[in-house]
Design a protein around this ligand. Structure first.
Ligand SMILES: Nc1ncnc2c1ncn2[C@@H]1O[C@H](COP(=O)(O)OP(=O)(O)OP(=O)(O)O)[C@@H](O)[C@H]1O
Ligand SMILES: NC(=O)CC[C@H](N)C(=O)O
Length: 620
């Protein structure tokens, strides 16, 4: 029987409904029984009206495994390339260094870097740093790190501010071509010129009539500090009659009394996005300037300016934003969560900034797979958190080792057991992952929830006189007695069951001497799928149980080898960096969840984060 069990445990499967490890045959039986029950229920519910084939709200639909790089070979991005089939392709990812990147930016990174890579070209990481008031060193560093972590290497890291002198020259060129004028109007006047609240007729102000020489002189005056902020600004002379508001003589330069992160106090004037972006794209010979659809109207001014300046013209095309429902991505809102201590920081594993997703333990490859699976079109993609988790789960399933971790340990003394050494595969289905030795002791620890003081017919784990298998252990055990302190069971005594049928289920355990760890189980931070729309605002919608802490969990000693061999999986972007952070120590805690080491860990204290549950949470 012993051999049969050891051999058998390698083939055990998780019963997702009960969380038990059972044999293939038993699982088949259970599934058939449940399917029958579900079919009967369905027949009953459909009897009067046969409708509602729509997928159940909140339920994850089957994720079709996408071909890697699929998003470039077909659909929108393929069309974009066909519109301008040039080589080498040159793209850029242009974040503003005014905050941490979020999951939506992962799409932008995958699109821009991926497009160039797919076509054998190159992609710049360009910091769009024209707004000195909002920029900070820590964001530059974090953004660079995230791009690398996702496995991309920019051909160069550039800064819009590196071009301040050249941009200034282009502004003078534009003035000389009578394409810009210095305007002294205030907000109310500008609004009126653009039709006002009542969308009335549009008109230009008197400043638009100024001769080129005067504009040049005044613009130089702006540069030389003759004007205070808002006293003067450079305006492009576009087409005020045009139906597109992006052509209504947009600002090109404004006076700002701010010191710039890179250029210090050199400049008193700073170019706007509308002036800067298309020209920097042109300077860098960008072939395809890919951005999100809120810039569709801006495409007209983008093309107008490069044409007017007679410089190289990149092609701008727009794809749909990626939005995740059930969380907030806005910087202002996350700042509130952080400042008011609802979360541990910008990298709290319950958030969807990229630093948070990274800290939670999600591998970069899973994020790229997620973006690729969703595909790229011009429509915004609104995705439920559960869908993201499902992709991560599938990715981890075949790439990380298995270990036993007990969240809420309770000792079981197996009276007739002797210490034995077991050889346990890291993942039975992937022999290449190898195996590790584990000493099985006379006392083992099992999950409190795997024991019941009173047995019942439909219960298959440990109970008095009921046999249950311990994963990888030669014989099942049955409980013979237990002791309590008040309501709490403090010890179970058990014996081996050496004769008879194989047990129906197997549970995980840890031997004596296992390392104590803290486990943080993260649940959704908000109760609703739309926290922004919640009554009382998003803060009133916070889930009070979004972080559960198990401070006395135990991890088996195989953890040391998993730690030594990280990153898991090896092929991800983080191994290209030469080393992974603590979060790259990933594994599946059998029957518990996918786990990763948290950055709060020290040499003495290991803290684990739940990356994702083993199955979709039933309460979602
Ligand atoms: N949710 C998203 N989905 C896809 N791309 C995005 C998303 N958010 C931003 N991007 C793209 O990332 C690039 C760099 O973004 P940048 O940091 O300047 O964005 P942003 O629009 O200010 O972001 P946010 O306001 O959401 O923090 C831009 O090309 C932008 O279009
Ligand atoms: N064209 C773009 O990609 C826009 C980038 C710019 N930094 C923005 O989001 O404001």
């Amino acid at each position: 029987m012993a051999d049969a069990i050891v051999e058998g445990t390698a083939k055990l499967q998780l019963d997702e409904e009960t969380g038990e490890m059972v044999s293939k045959g038993e699982l088949k039986k259970r599934l058939a029984k449940r399917a029958k029950k579900a079919a009967t229920a369905k027949a009953k519910s459909e009897a009067p009206a046969k409708e509602n084939n729509a997928p159940k709200a909140g339920k994850v639909q089957e994720v079709v495994k996408a071909e890697p790089m699929n998003m470039f070979a077909q659909g929108f991005l393929d069309e974009v390339y066909k519109e301008r089939p040039v080589k080498p392709v040159v793209t850029r990812f242009p974040p503003e260094p005014n905050g941490f990147l979020h999951i939506g930016h992962a799409k932008a990174i995958a699109v821009n870097f991926g497009f160039a890579k797919y076509h054998g070209g190159k992609c710049y990481l360009r910091f769009d740093d024209t707004n000195p008031e909002a920029e900070e060193e820590k964001y530059f560093v974090a953004i660079k790190e995230m791009v690398k972590w996702l496995g991309f290497e920019p051909c160069a890291v550039t800064y819009s501010s590196d071009n301040f002198a050249k941009l200034y020259e282009k502004a003078e060129d534009l003035i000389k071509k009578d394409g810009a004028y210095v305007c002294h109007c205030g907000d109310a006047e500008i609004k009126a010129q653009r039709g006002g609240e009542s969308h009335g007729p549009r008109f230009r102000c008197e400043h638009a009539k100024q001769p080129v020489e005067q504009n040049l002189e005044e613009f130089r005056g702006m540069r030389d500090g003759k004007y205070k902020p808002r006293e003067a600004f450079l305006r492009m002379k576009q087409d005020i009659e045009d139906g597109n508001p992006q052509m209504w003589d947009l600002a090109a330069y404004r006076v700002l009394d701010a010191s710039h992160h890179r250029t210090g106090d050199t400049w008193k004037i700073y170019p706007t996005y509308d002036f800067t972006h298309c020209i920097c794209d042109s300077f860098e010979n960008i072939t395809h300037s890919l951005c999100t659809t809120e810039f569709i109207l801006s495409r007209v001014s983008y093309e107008w300016l490069n044409k007017k300046l007679e410089i190289y013209e990149p092609m701008q095309r727009e794809y749909g934003r990626l939005n995740i429902t059930g969380t907030v991505l806005s910087k202002r809102k996350i700042a509130k969560l952080v400042n008011e201590k609802y979360v541990r920081g910008w990298d709290d594993p319950r958030l969807f900034t990229l630093i948070a997703i990274k800290r939670r333990g999600v591998p970069p490859g899973a994020i790229l797979e997620f973006v690729n699976e969703l595909g790229v079109t011009t429509n915004p993609t609104n995705i439920q958190l559960a869908r993201f988790d499902q992709t991560v789960r599938k990715y981890l399933e075949v790439t990380v080792p298995r270990l036993m971790l007990v969240l809420d340990p309770i000792p079981v003394v197996i009276e007739d057991a002797e210490e034995i050494e077991l050889d346990i595969p890291f993942y039975a289905k992937a022999p290449a992952m190898g195996s590790h030795k584990l000493k099985m002791t006379k006392t083992v620890y099992i999950e409190r929830s795997d024991f019941r003081e009173v047995d019942s017919k439909d219960y298959f784990r440990l109970a008095p006189e009921k046999a249950v298998g311990l994963l990888q252990v030669p014989y099942p055990i049955k409980a013979v007695s237990f002791t309590k302190d008040g309501d709490k069971v403090t010890e179970i005594r058990a014996v081996y069951v050496k004769e008879g049928k194989k047990p129906k289920t197997y549970i995980h355990w840890c031997p004596e001497g296992s390392r104590k760890v803290e486990v943080r189980i993260h649940n959704s931070l908000f109760n609703s799928d739309k926290p922004d729309d919640a009554e009382g605002g998003f803060l009133a919608n916070i889930n009070p149980n979004s972080e559960e802490i198990w401070s006395d969990a135990l991890i088996e000693s195989g953890f040391d080898e998993v730690k030594r061999r990280a990153p898991w999986p090896e092929a991800a972007g983080e191994s290209e960096l030469g080393k992974g952070g603590p979060e790259s120590i990933r594994f599946q805690a059998t029957r518990v969840a996918y786990m990763a080491v948290d950055s709060d860990s020290t040499d003495d204290k290991v803290i684990l984060n739940r990356i994702v549950s083993l199955k979709e949470d039933s309460n979602k």
